[in-house]
Every structure is written in C-alpha cells, then in structure tokens.
Design a protein around this ligand. Structure first.
Ligand code: NDP
Ligand code: 2IT
Length: 443
C-alpha cells in the first residue's frame, strides 16, 4: 500500500466512529498523492502521520443551571490540531450534534484553510453539544461563563484564539470574553468576532459571506461570468448565508431561496434581506415566518432547496447537506457554479457529480476562509491597539480571497489538475504547513 493509503487506513482504525473526520482526511490525503511523488522527504519526516494527529485534545464538563433551577451538564471540547505556522485558531460550535468526530473534521480542515489565507494562524476547533435554540439569554450567559471557566486555561492571544461557528455569534463571544477577562484579568485578543466596542473588527460579521462571494467572483470572471443577473440559491440563514446574500445582491445577483433546518423559502422576486435579518438576527425565529411579510413567497417544509432552479449554488448551512441526488438536480437545472460557504457541505459523491459535469466548484477551505482571515486581521488590530476602517478591512479581505483563488488555481495547474480547486487548495494549504513542520524538527 502507498504512503497515503497506509496513513488513511491507520486514521480510520485509530479513530473509530468518526465518519466526518475520516471523510475530511480522505479528501485531503488523496489529493496529496502527487506531492509525495515530488517530495519523498515529507514521508521520511512522518509529516502525514503527524498532521492527522491533533497536537492536543481537551474535553471537559460544562455544568450550568437552567431557568427552572435544574442542573444541566454539557460536554465541552477544544481540539488544538496544528500550531506549525501560528497560534491555534478556529471557531467554536454549539449544536446538539457536536461530538469529537465533528470537531476533529473541522479542526483538520482549519489547518489548511488557515494556511491558505497567507496569515500566521494554526488550526483548531472546539465547541459543545449545548443547543442555544430556545434558551433564554440568561441561560446562554450561564452556559458560556461555565464553558470559559474551564477553557480559559487553554487559550490566550498568543496560544489559541477561538471564534464563532454554528450557534456561536456576537452574543456568545461577548459572554465568553467577559468571563475570560474576569478570570485572568487580561484585556487581550483571546477571541475574535468581538463586538466593536471592545476590540472587534469591522467586517468580521460580514467576512465569511462576503469572502465567499469575492472568491466566487474571481472564479466566475475566469470563465467570463459574473453574479450580475445570476439566479442564486443559498442554504442556511445564519451568519454566512445572510452576508453571502447581501454581497450577491450588491453585485446584481438575485438570491431566490434560503433555508434553515426546518424548511426553505422561495421568493421569485429575490429575497428581502431586511426581513431575513430581522427574523434571524433580532427575533431568533424560523425562516417560515418570512412569508408573513411576503405573501408572494413560498415556504416548503423539509429539505428540497437544491431542487430550486439556479445558476449558482452556495451551500452555507452545515456538513453533508448537499448529496449526490441534490448535485444531479442542480446540474439538470443548469447550475454552473457551486461555492462552499459551509465546511464540507457537499458529500464526496456530490463533488464528483459537479466535476464530471464541468460545474465550477470552490471547496470550503478556500471559499469560506474569509471569516478566519478577517479574524486574523482582528488579532493584528488588537496587537497594534488600532482599528482599521470598514473599507480598509474589506479591501484586505477581498485581496486575500482573490489570492486564495489564484494560489489554489495555479497549484492545481502546476500539478496537472487544471481547474480542480479541491486538489489545488489542499496541496497549496498543505505545502506551507509541511515546510514549517520540516523546519521545526520532529515535534
Ligand atoms: P449559524 O449558526 O449562524 O447558522 C447556521 C445555519 O445553518 C442556520 O440557518 C441553521 O439552521 C442551519 N443549519 C445548521 N445545522 C443544520 C442542520 N443540521 N441541518 C440544516 N440546517 C442546519 O452558523 P454560521 O452561518 O456561522 O455557519 C454556517 C456554516 O459556515 C457552518 O458549516 C460553519 O462551519 C461554516 N463557517 C462559518 C464561519 C463563520 O465565520 N461563522 C466561517 C467559515 C465557515 P437552524 O437555525 O434551523 O439550525
Ligand atoms: O470555520 C471557520 O473558519 C470559522 N468558523 C471561523 C474561525 C475563526 O477563527 O474566525
């Protein structure tokens, strides 16, 4: 068996019952085969065996008291995957489906994504099986305080800098920041996605969605296309989906569908983003409420959003939300470009369908890197004790996304994989980390 298959086999054996982690590792490792043909020194240094093993995994109890006075216990975790090129960096996810396998897949992806940004950040991810849905603000605060009461000893501005992800937004970051400061006495950039009054960066809220659209714009332009007058379907209706929608609309595209875990809306006139923001960001409600304000629009319970006809599809909800049948439906309806705003939203079989049908495809670790890139810009501003303007951060974000596209695309061509951005992003992200690991010895 070759080096890559050998390591992959061991990963599956050593990490049983973690299908998402296996899926992420398989995709990356298999696209690295040509790298090991050119660079046998990586195998000699055990780079793959080391890169698939987290440097550190922390699991902890998170006890808190609900509004009825009952004790609740959740599980918290932080997986510090790789610090070869910078302090650990990556989001925290609060969602009932969170377990080790999910956080490991996300942490593993984060290594290569962070490398692609060109900024000095290592890879990590964390979270909890806590479900913020339906909880009062006071419950969320008590949970966040308890979570940070353990996490604080493992993080720090030059050690590990968490941020948001599913279920973790400005509110949760604020509560965690307050608790960190109270325990440590340090006013430092230990978290990103902070509020603008206490060290946050302009554009961080918008960054993942905007960045996704900037990267897609560059990819489309290469084939003589753009968002202007394009019909776009976006899944999710959280942070990434909302700001992807906003940027598509600014560029003259029409977003006709959005969803949440209950169902999707279809608005042939183009969704009204003010309504969506009110429902999701202010009221924390369900997407079905949209049709109360827009009776011309339709609400469909359950999955099915990928059956909506579109030119461009941007999955921005969660892993494996778009499968082979969905991909076939998109292709049959004439969709010509797909960009992953979420982490690993397309199953491997779906990606294969896109590639076989010459659908332009931007993988998550390239396409959604704008969030973490802007987090790194927030860290820079915190270190400098300075704030850039919206226009300054936005320009830097756009530059970074265009560069990621160019790097992934050039790397794909260099290795004989033409327009295959999956391979290009994996190889380009890997090389920088591998070279840093080589230079730093067996650690
Ligand atoms: P939010 O919590 O703001 O929104 C998540 C959205 O996805 C909600 O609409 C949610 O619906 C939906 N969703 C979540 N889980 C499921 C599920 N199992 N089935 C169907 N729908 C689901 O999260 P974000 O927008 O921040 O994150 C979305 C994706 O983008 C994630 O994959 C995340 O890892 C990725 N990402 C986020 C970045 C960021 O900066 N925030 C950066 C890079 C990637 P419901 O409310 O019904 O649960
Ligand atoms: O998946 C991701 O890149 C994020 N959730 C953002 C991480 C960050 O540190 O901003």
């Amino acid at each position: 068996m070759g080096y890559v298959q050998d390591v992959l086999q061991k990963v599956i054996e050593r990490n049983p019952h973690e299908p998402e982690f296996h899926q992420a590792v398989k995709e990356v490792l298999e696209s690295l085969e040509p790298v090991f043909e050119r660079h046998p020194e990586y195998e000699a240094a055990g780079i793959l065996e080391r890169i698939v093993e987290p440097e550190r995994q922390i699991f902890f109890r998170v006890p808190w008291v609900d509004d009825n006075g009952r004790v609740q216990v959740n599980r918290g975790m932080r997986i510090q995957f790789n610090s070869a090129i910078g302090p650990y960096k990556g989001g925290l996810r609060f969602h009932p489906t969170v377990y080790q396998g999910i956080i490991k897949f996300l942490g593993f992806e984060q290594i290569f994504k962070n490398s692609l940004t060109g900024l000095p950040i290592g890879g990590a991810k964390g979270g909890s099986d806590f479900d913020p849905k339906g909880k009062s603000d006071a419950e969320v605060m008590r949970f966040c305080q308890s979570f940070m009461t353990e996490l604080y000893r493992h993080v720090g501005a030059d050690i590990d800098v968490p941020a948001g992800d599913i279920g973790v937004g400005a509110r949760e970051i604020g509560y965690m920041y307050g608790q960190y400061k109270r325990i440590t006495g340090l006013y430092e950039g230990v978290l990103t996605g902070k509020g603008l009054t206490y060290g946050g960066s302009l554009v961080r809220t918008e960054a993942t969605g905007y960045g996704l659209v900037y990267l897609m714009e560059a990819m489309l332009a290469d084939k003589g296309k753009s968002f202007k007058d394009a019909t776009v379907v976006i899944s999710g209706s959280g942070n990434v989906a909302i700001y992807a929608t906003e940027k598509v609309q600014q560029l003259g595209g029409k977003v006709v569908a959005l969803n949440d875990s209950n169902g999707y809306i279809y608005d042939k006139n183009g969704v009204n983003l003010d309504t969506v923001k009110r429902i999701k960001e202010v009221e924390r409600g369900r997407i079905r409420e949209y049709i109360k304000d827009h009776p011309d629009a339709e609400y469909h319970d359950g999955p099915g959003i990928w059956n909506v006809k579109c030119d461009i599809a941007l999955p921005c909800a969660t892993q494996n939300e778009l499968d082979e049948a969905d991909a076939r439906a998109l292709v049959a309806n004439g969709c010509y470009a797909v960009g992953e705003g979420a982490n690993m939203p397309c199953t491997p079989a779906a990606v294969k369908v896109f590639q076989e049908n010459k659908v332009m495809f931007a993988p998550g670790k390239a396409a959604n890197a704008g969030g973490v890139a802007t987090s790194a810009l927030e860290m820079s501003q915190n270190s400098m004790r300075y704030s850039w303007t919206f226009a300054e951060v936005d320009a830097k974000l756009k530059d970074i996304m265009v560069n990621i596209y160019k790097t992934a695309s050039k790397t794909a061509w260099d290795y004989g994989f033409a327009d295959n951005l999956v391979v290009g992003a994996n190889i380009a992200g890997f090389l920088k980390v591998a070279n840093a690991m080589m230079a730093q010895g067996i650690v």
